[in-house]
Design a protein around this ligand. Structure first.
Ligand code: CO
Length: 137
């Protein structure tokens, strides 16, 4: 039973060195079809969003060495970067975290790929998982 604001897993974010190199696996080998490709300059990434039928996969390629995704890969290499939960009320979800005395990276939502509103929880407040709240539409 879920009485809260969370509505499913929206997507899993995956850090990749090159979309050109990784997209064919998801598109052709797994048959997920053509992704939506978008650059998000504010986060210095290029994004390929695949629809799996239940949840999306968000491939993130850094467009600059200053990108948080580039910094992540310096330490960890390619791989799963974050988990995004869909929320009906992003301000409410932020408030729930901060109200519990925990930390957000983004206290105020910002715009992510596909025009979604997003906000990251600080991984120290979520047991090492980089958790994103994501509100669409
Ligand atoms: Co994301």
């Amino acid at each position: 039973m879920n009485d809260g604001m969370i509505r499913g897993i929206d997507h899993i974010g995956i850090a990749v060195r090159s979309l050109d190199e990784r997209v064919p696996f998801y598109r052709d080998t797994l048959g997920l079809g053509e992704p939506e490709i978008e650059e998000v300059p504010e986060q210095k990434v290029r994004v390929a969003m695949f629809h799996t039928g239940a949840g999306r996969l968000e491939l993130l390629e850094p467009t600059s060495p200053e990108s948080p995704i580039a910094k992540f890969m310096e330490k960890n290499g390619e791989g799963i970067h974050h988990l995004a939960l869909g929320t009906e009320d992003i301000t409410g979800s932020i408030g729930a975290v901060e109200g519990a005395g925990l930390r957000m990276i983004d206290s105020v939502p910002r715009e992510g790929a596909g025009g979604a509103q997003i906000a990251f929880v600080h991984p120290k407040s979520s047991g090492g998982v980089l958790l994103e709240f994501c509100r669409r539409g």
